[in-house]
Each structure stands twice: as C-alpha cells, then as structure tokens.
Design a protein around this ligand. Structure first.
Ligand code: CMC
Length: 436
C-alpha cells in the first residue's frame, strides 16, 4: 500500500484518508470533504501556483536547493559542453539525443524551414520602426497563424511535427527581421550553409559582403547560451503555452502567448533590466548604496532571485564562464566589474542570504550579449528563440497527456451578489464609485 494521509475535518468530525503520490495529494480528492449535501467540497487556494504541480513532465528536472538543472536526465553542464543547440532541441522534443543520421536529418529539416512567407515580411514592415523587438516578435509569430491555417489540426502528430519544425526554423528569421526593421536595414535571407546560430548572426549583421562569416567563438558562445535557455520546466511562459494550448489553439498563437509572458521584467525581460540597473549604478563604488536602497524597498535587484532556485542558478555559473571567453574576442564589458561587485556584496548580505537570493540566468547573460553587439532591447528576443523549443516540448507533452484538459482554475469570489438593477437615469457618479 502506498503512502496515505489522514485528514480530520473538525467541522464534521469525519476523517478522510487521501493517497499521497510523488509527494502530492490530488486537489480533487479534497472535494469529498463536505459539511453537507449542498456544500461544494473543499478546494485549495494557491495564487501564483506557489505549491501546486500542474502536470507530470519528463522534460526538465530542477533541484532548486542544490542548484541542479537537467534536460531529459542530462545535466545542463554536460549538454553545454558537448552538444550544439539543435542537438539539444532534438533531445528536448523527442526524449533522446539523436544519432549522427538523425541529427543530420533534423538539422536539414530545421534549416529548410527558416524562410518566411513574403506576406509575413510585409506584415512586419507595417509595424512602427521603434516598437520593442519583443512586441514585433510576438505579433509576427501570431501572424504566422494566418499564414499556416493547417496548424489548427493540433491532434495530428505529423502536422504538429511540421509546425514544430517551422517554428524552430523561423524564430531566428523573425527575430533578425524585427531587428533590421528597427534599424532600417534591408532584411537578410537565411543562408542554408550556416549553422543555426551562424545563420542568425548572418541575418542580423550581414551588410554588403557576399558571404557572412561569424566569429567561431562568438557563434559557439551564442549556441551555448541557446542551450541554457532552451527549457526550464513550468515557468510563467511554459505555463502560458500549456494553458493557451490546452484550448487546442494553434501553436503559433500559443507561442505568441508564451512569448508575451516571457517579455515581462520579472521573467525573460529581466536580462534587459539588468543592463539598465548596472548603468544606473554606474560605478563599483555605488554598488553598496544601491543594495541598501533595494533593501529599503526601492525596487529589486534584477537578475537576482528565483521561485525555484534557492541556490546559485547553474545556468548563471556557465554563463560567467562563457563571458570570459567572449571577452577575449570582444574586449571586456565594463559592466562586468559592477555586476561582480553586486554579486559579492549581495551574497554576503543578511537580506539576500536569509531569503536565499542568488544570481539567476539573466544576471550575466545581458553583459555577454551586449559585448557581442546586441542592443538591450534584443536580449529577451534572444531568450525567446531557444525557449521556443521548450515551449513546443511542453505543448506536445500537454496534448499527449491523457490527464490534461482545458486549463481552467477555480476562484474565490469576493464580489457582491444579486444586486438591485438601477436604470441609467438613477445612477449618480458617487453611486458608481461606491459600488466598484
Ligand atoms: N531583489 C530584492 N529582493 C528580492 C528579489 C530581488 N531580485 N527577489 C525576491 N526578493 C525578496 C522579496 O522582496 C521577498 O522578500 P519578503 O519576504 O521580505 O517580502 C522575498 O525575496 C521572496 O520574493 P518573492 O517575490 O516572494 O519571490 P517569487 O518567487 O515570487 O519571485 C522572482 C521570483 C524571480 C520574480 C523574483 O526573485 C524577482 O522579482 N527577481 C528579479 C527579476 C528577475 O531577475 N527575474 C528573472 C527570473 S529567472 C529567469 C526567468 O524566469 O526568466
């Protein structure tokens, strides 16, 4: 017999035994705790999902206390050192690392889905040039839903795979097009001879040279950064992907929702905010004062803290290590010294120690991106490209999980009931204000 928990309901004097599985009880089992036949039954209240597992998943594993991240059972450090991004994408989506032939076929497929329909180009051209690149990305991905109406058939495995290839292939093209649109440069078409990251760099930065050649160290660094950002279990954007996808919306619209969730400064938008924060601090000497202000309740230390990690984010450790290699090529980003001083003081400060706040993935990534030539507004776009793989893996897992249904939380209603209707002429402004 498995573990059970006995719950005694002081309202009725009855005792219930509920099974415990994987360290959880089923919220639906609580429904049997009733005070009478008219009672709906007990619910759980968990704003922001602080203590609720919303699914079973075999994609990413995080041990937040130990600072461990694994994709499909492989430590992130091993994948970052030995694999390329598309290999890891294959692993996340299909569960195992590809062999040589599988990888060749997969790379070919993704590469041959990188072109955008010309109507998509026109759509992006219609967006104001000074829009944030994340707004352009979200809108353009959503617009692909109109280009590929066949994507609505989400129950077909073949069709899902086609859309998955299209999305992974086209995200760098959309991202690069958004950037070139914002600076007024002509769009660069994909080059099928190049690797995933080299081609992205080509579409971003090619000018009049006949063939763009990326610096191999920088292309590899970007590839590793893409691996680190590819998935992170049930974060805010993965949850948005699963939630929207659970209504059987097409994957372009679901990805647009996930990317929108990513854009917020508490999630993927934090990398852009870190650079703004470091610029606001200005010099190493100002770090102490800045931290004091944060402790006094003025803002947050961006790139610090995590819902799950109560230890150093393993991705931040790898990023720090790549930063040194990138700086050998690009020259040192002066913000690194401020960031390291910030980390040093914070990790020794009671406020941060007691709350177990450590640098997260966004703390050092922006410093590298900036040294490589990316503008801060592009940072979250650089997060969205690889995370598309994770979103798609989570989406597919959700669709294939027989326990999943349309996501539809409950609420505790706090408003009024059965109010008396007042005709328009009887309503006063004061009356309207009071009633809200
Ligand atoms: N700076 C200062 N104090 C903080 C910070 C921070 N960055 N993060 C959390 N705290 C404090 C918070 O004020 C609270 O203190 P108290 O208990 O006195 O009220 C305590 O730590 C717990 O914070 P919380 O807001 O309950 O934690 P959460 O799990 O809801 O939030 C977080 C997680 C990531 C949103 C938050 O740590 C944060 O806002 N960090 C800054 C933004 C950031 O770097 N986001 C990127 C997250 S990692 C990558 C990604 O998801 O995209």
């Amino acid at each position: 017999m498995g573990d059970i928990i006995a719950i005694s309901d002081s309202r009725t004097g009855r005792t219930y035994t509920l099974p415990i599985e994987n360290g959880t009880i089923r919220a639906m089992d609580l429904r049997q705790l009733k005070t009478g036949p008219d009672d709906f039954g007990l619910m759980t209240y968990d704003p922001a999902f602080m203590n609720t597992a919303s699914c079973r998943s075999s994609i990413s594993f995080i041990d937040g206390d130990k600072g461990i991240l694994e994709y499909r059972g492989y430590p992130i450090e091993v994948l970052a050192e030995n694999c390329n991004f598309l290999e890891v994408a294959y692993l996340l989506l299909f569960g195992n690392l590809p062999n040589g032939d599988e990888l060749k076929g997969w790379v070919y497929e993704i590469t041959h889905h990188s072109m955008l329909h010309e109507s998509t180009k026109k759509f992006t051209e219609g967006i104001r040039y000074n829009a944030h690149p994340m707004s352009m990305l979200v809108s353009t991905v959503a617009a692909l839903s109109a280009v590929y109406p066949d994507a609505r058939d989400v129950q077909s495995a073949d069709n899902r795979l086609l859309q998955i290839k299209r999305l992974i292939g086209k995200m760098p093209t959309i991202a690069a097009m958004s950037y070139r649109h914002s600076v007024g440069f002509p769009y660069v078409y994909p080059d099928n001879d190049l690797s995933y990251t080299e081609n992205f760099m080509n579409m971003l930065w090619k000018m009049v040279e006949p063939k763009y050649v990326a610096h191999p160290m920088l292309a590899r660094a970007l590839d590793v950064l893409f691996i680190l950002h590819a998935d992170h279990e049930q974060n805010c954007s993965a949850n948005a992907m699963r939630s929207v996808g659970s209504s059987l919306a097409d994957p372009y619209l679901s990805i647009a929702a996930a990317a929108a969730a990513l854009s917020g400064p508490l999630h993927g938008g934090a990398n852009e905010e870190v650079i703004r924060m470091l610029d606001e601090i200005g010099t190493k000497e100002n770090v102490y004062d800045y931290i004091r202000r944060v402790k006094d309740g003025h803002g947050r230390l961006m790139g610090f803290g995590h819902r799950i990690y109560k230890n150093y984010d393993p991705r931040a450790k790898i990023i720090k290590w790549i930063a040194e290699q990138v700086f050998e090529v690009t020259g040192r980003n002066s913000r690194l010294d401020i960031a390291m001083e910030l980390e040093r003081i914070a990790l020794d400060d009671e406020y941060f120690v007691s709350r177990r706040l450590y640098p997260n993935v966004d703390f050092y990534s922006g410093i590298i991106y900036q040294a490589m030539g990316f503008r801060p507004e592009m940072f979250t776009v650089l997060f969205a490209i690889p995370r598309t793989v994770g979103w798609l893996a989570q989406w597919q897992e959700m669709l294939l999980d027989p326990e999943q249904k349309i996501a539809r939380p409950r609420q505790i209603y706090t408003g009024q009931r059965m109010r008396e209707y007042l005709p328009l002429e009887k309503r006063t402004p004061v009356h309207a204000m009071e009633e809200v």
